[in-house]
Design a protein around this ligand. Structure first.
Ligand SMILES: Nc1ncnc2c1ncn2[C@@H]1O[C@H](COP(=O)(O)OP(=O)(O)OP(=O)(O)O)[C@@H](O)[C@H]1O
Ligand SMILES: [Mg+2]
Length: 249
């Protein structure tokens, strides 16, 4: 699905992601763990195009994506959620999900002027898809409420619905379990498993080892910007190098 080779990212100083190479298998839920500040989110930003890697290559389904803009990478089927979701608070939950990028704003402007009927039909289709995915994550009841009423866990679900509208083939989740109450976390895990069973691949950053052991095969460990090892969750959890990396941090 995705091949990263020698990925590096520096912000002026020493690199915070260094010589990272890995392969994500199609259909897998791969975990990415590591102590705070290890470079996990930075690596995500490089994969999703939010940051341009200082070195290395990233290939998605056979084509290079490093150097592309986030919207271009999104258009190729790779979507990501943010560690701290920031929905547009005053917009409704449904409107937030409908923000999934479609045509360019300029194109839409002219299309609306020349063919208003077609634009209205497209809006209806987008709305139907948004409602479908809101239902999937269990937020239908809150569709017309402003996003500001959502709890932290519900915001994670809103983010998931927002990326699902584009039907990506690979989804990067940055700490889907952080700040989420256990009943909601169980729902999120169930949704990830269901999407995966239907063919979606995942790369998940997570500190919650329960989520990691239940969902992720394999698990990669990042420490101080470098990939330390990868393996089954049980293998990773008892590896002395991993234990040392966490204790050291
Ligand atoms: N835009 C930036 N400019 C400068 N340094 C940055 C920037 N973004 C991240 N860093 C630094 O890069 C390192 C890795 O940060 P990153 O957020 O990728 O870690 P993380 O593994 O996601 O940590 P956490 O588990 O706490 O989310 C940290 O030392 C951080 O301060
Ligand atoms: Mg992070």
């Amino acid at each position: 699905m995705l091949v990263a080779q020698g990925v590096e990212k520096a912000f002026g100083g020493p690199p915070v992601v260094q010589d990272v190479s890995f392969t994500l298998a199609r259909g897998a839920i791969t975990g990415l763990i590591g102590p705070n500040g290890a470079g996990k989110t930075t690596l995500f930003n490089c994969l999703a195009g939010t940051l341009r890697p200082s070195a290395g290559s990233i290939t998605l389904e056979g084509s290079r994506i490093d150097g592309l803009r986030p919207d271009q990478i999104f258009g190729r089927g790779l979507a990501r959620t943010f560690q701290i979701p920031r929905p547009f608070a005053a917009m409704t939950v449904l409107e937030n999900v409908m923000l999934a990028p479609a045509a360019q704003a300029g194109e839409r402007f002219w299309a609306n002027w020349l063919r208003p009927g077609a634009v209205a039909a497209e809006e209806r289709r987008l709305r139907d898809r948004a409602l479908h995915w809101l239902d999937f994550v269990g937020l239908t009841r809150l569709a017309q409420d402003p996003a500001r009423v959502l709890s932290g866990g519900q915001r994670k679900l809103l983010e998931l619905a927002r990326v699902l509208v584009a039907e990506p083939r690979l989804i990067l989740l940055d700490e889907p379990g952080a700040g989420v109450a256990p009943p909601l976390l169980a729902i999120i895990m169930e949704k990830i498993a269901a999407l995966n069973a239907a063919g979606t691949s995942f790369l998940i950053i997570e500190h919650n080892m329960d989520l990691v052991s239940r969902l992720c095969r394999p698990v990669m460990v990042l420490a101080q910007g470098r990939l330390l090892m990868q393996g089954a969750p049980e293998e990773v959890q008892r590896d002395p190098r991993v234990i040392e990396a966490y204790l050291g941090a």
